[in-house]
Ligand binder design. Structure first.
Ligand code: HEC
Length: 151
């Protein structure tokens, strides 16, 4: 009996400290910093809106510019907006896919393998429902479970 109580108490402590220390990742708390550090060279001020980008993908690629994700609204287009899932597909490490290939922006996520892996965990926590589906393949429920809070 005593051991059982101890185990329960220890379990509760772990659960509690986990909840107390885990700061939730939001756009303002974590995501923005990663993107400004690693992505803005090609997705920042001089980059096209998604609409502009879609009109001339090849042209923008040659200029090394991808769609602008320099603020929350622009970023969300690629998370749960008209191009939902694009951010997840590009940043995924490929470990849970059939071909095992990472998305082609995964490499930019951090300066070494450890940093990339850590940041992917943070990005997944932020997105809530990490899916590699395209928008048209997602149900309304799946779209809604993408939380990706701003603050
Ligand atoms: C060296 C330039 C460069 C860097 C750095 C870069 N990207 Fe990109 N990104 C591009 C280019 C060019 C494209 C368009 C070509 C393509 O689709 O691969 C693109 C495409 C994308 C797309 C797909 C957009 C769409 O609608 O098809 C996403 C999402 C993306 N990048 C996210 C990121 C994130 C997040 C980072 C930082 C972790 C990042 N990129 C870093 C150049 C870059």
């Amino acid at each position: 009996m005593r051991i059982l109580h101890l185990l329960i108490a220890a379990g509760a402590m772990v659960a509690f400290s986990g909840a107390a220390t885990a700061q939730s990742v939001t756009y303002e708390n974590g995501v923005k910093k990663i993107l400004s550090e690693r992505c803005m060279g090609c997705h920042g001020k001089g980059a096209p809106t998604l609409a502009e980008f879609d009109k001339d993908k090849e042209g923008w690629k040659k200029k090394m510019k991808g769609p602008r994700i320099d603020d929350y609204q622009n970023l969300m287009i690629l998370v749960n907006g008209s191009d939902a899932g694009a951010l997840m597909r590009r940043l995924d490490d490929g470990k849970n896919t059939k071909d095992g290939k990472p998305g082609n922006m995964y490499n930019y996520l951090g300066k070494n393998a450890d940093e990339r892996a850590q940041r992917l965990v943070a990005m997944k926590q932020w997105v809530g429902n990490w899916t590699l589906k395209r928008r048209k393949e997602m149900s309304e429920g799946e779209l809604k479970s993408i939380t990706a809070a701003e603050k």
